[in-house]
Design a protein around this ligand. Structure first.
Ligand code: LLP
Length: 412
């Protein structure tokens, strides 16, 4: 459920008309609904039957600091994958004891930055990373908290590029023998403390069976870890629940939590989740204006540099005209101005549209702006947050000057 609705044939975000936003702030622009973000965060937080839980919003899905602040106030912690994401979370006063650092390639600088800020845990993804973290913690004279991200070998379905829980995917540690060796090492280390086990099986997951399978494997492994004399604080089941882009009917957060709680009902550990898409996707749209009509093409002012998902994954985002009063409809291929044949926003969609109309590309709040680029030297669009009847610019549209601001001629 989200707060993008037609009122008198005009599309609104909460109490602000999207036409109005396009007129005032221009297009392409990402527009987010504060109420929707809060509602989605609450859907997770209220689903747990005990206090024993932590919901870490996955910053990579939508990382504007104004969005993070809303989710922090709602009660979320954060799942981060870089020093940049840590900077964002800390900049809005996030509690470091609710921050989890995942990712296969953490650099020395990133590890040091996170240790110094006393984050809850590093989800370590290899033996080499463990050695590196231990070395840095030793140099700093402290104990770093770590969890092991193991690979439960569950195929969660979905696009190959976003499935992560299988043997052969680059994420997590696949060999359970190796996991147990590392656990023994951590237990005996003066500079490491093992606080959890983690897994993340993929993204845009549409059924709960794979979560259940992963949870069962996690508790089995947790028992083995306990047998080595290590007491765990949490079991982190990652993110990955899907959203309806078109006609999909994914389970809701409550159903996910019910499955996890039923598998883990005898456990003392805190259940951690790292949702991204389910919180941010339907809370955002990409506003774009129709520049030209040509044959079956609607040529719009947003391209693959603004929203990469259709080109990269063949993702089908629904597209609505902000003016619902246009009668003549046909099937269109909505394409952008970028010089690539793969530059499309949506293929073969039945829609009414005229030159100058403003379209809203739905479900674009997750992996939308964050994956945008300056390809074709196109400035990134603005990000706008709607709160009731107010629209706030939370990231200014980039200018042509911004595009070359960091560049230098060799002789300067
Ligand atoms: N935790 C970890 C360790 C992750 O790798 C991810 C996403 C999440 C949590 C959040 O997953 P979510 O709840 O958002 O599915 N760019 C792709 C999605 C990549 C997901 C990467 N990892 C897309 O646009 O579909």
């Amino acid at each position: 459920m989200d707060y993008f609705q037609y009122k008198n044939n005009r599309l609104f975000c909460e109490d602000v008309s999207l036409d109005q936003i396009a007129e005032t702030h221009g297009t392409p622009s990402y527009v987010y609904s504060k109420k929707t973000l809060e509602r989605h965060a609450k859907a997770y937080l209220d689903s747990f039957s005990s206090e024993n839980n932590l919901v870490c919003f996955s910053v990579k899905s939508c990382s504007n600091i104004a969005i993070l602040e809303i989710l922090k106030k709602a009660g979320c912690g954060f799942d981060i994958v870089s020093g940049g994401e840590l900077k964002r979370a800390l900049s809005i006063g996030a509690d470091p004891s609710k921050i989890i650092f995942s990712g296969v390639g953490k650099s020395k600088g990133e590890i040091e930055y996170a240790i110094k800020n006393k984050i809850l845990s590093f989800n370590i993804e290899s033996g080499s990373e463990l050695t590196r973290i231990e070395g840095i913690a030793k140099k700093l004279g402290i104990k770093a908290s770590v969890s092991i991200r193991f690979n439960p070998e569950v195929d969660s379905g979905g696009h190959d590029y976003i499935t992560t829980g299988r043997k052969g995917d680059k994420f997590g540690i696949s060999s359970l023998n190796e996991v147990m060796q590392l656990v023994g090492h951590i237990r005996d280390s003066e500079n490491l403390m093992m606080v959890g086990l983690a897994c993340h099986i993929g993204s845009q997951i549409l059924n709960l069976d794979s979560y259940k399978a992963a949870a069962l494997k996690t508790i089995e492994l947790a028992d083995q870890v306990n047998n080595l004399g290590v007491k765990l604080e949490f079991l982190d089941m990652g993110g990955g629940l899907g959203v309806p882009y078109n006609n999909e009917v994914p389970p809701n957060p409550r159903e996910l939590v019910e499955v996890l709680e039923s598998v883990m009902k005898e456990r003392k550990e805190v259940i951690v989740l790292e949702p991204g898409r389910t919180i941010s996707a339907n809370a955002g749209v990409l506003l774009t204006s129709v520049e030209y009509l040509k044959d079956d093409f609607l040529i719009v002012d947003a391209g693959m540099n603004d929203l990469l998902r259709p080109s990269l994954y063949g993702a089908d985002h629904d597209v609505w005209n902000t003016n619902n009063n246009i009668k003549k409809s046909k099937n269109w291929n909505i394409v952008g101005p970028v010089c690539e044949s793969s530059d499309f926003i949506r293929k073969d969609i039945f829609l009414s549209a005229n030159e100058g109309d403003v379209l809203a590309v739905r479900t674009a709040g997750a992996y939308g702006f964050v994956m945008s680029s300056n390809y074709n030297s196109r400035p990134r669009g603005a990000e706008i947050l709607v709160d009731g009847d107010k629209a706030h610019v939370i990231r200014s549209r980039e200018t042509l000057e911004d595009l070359i601001a960091l560049e230098r001629l060799p002789n300067d």
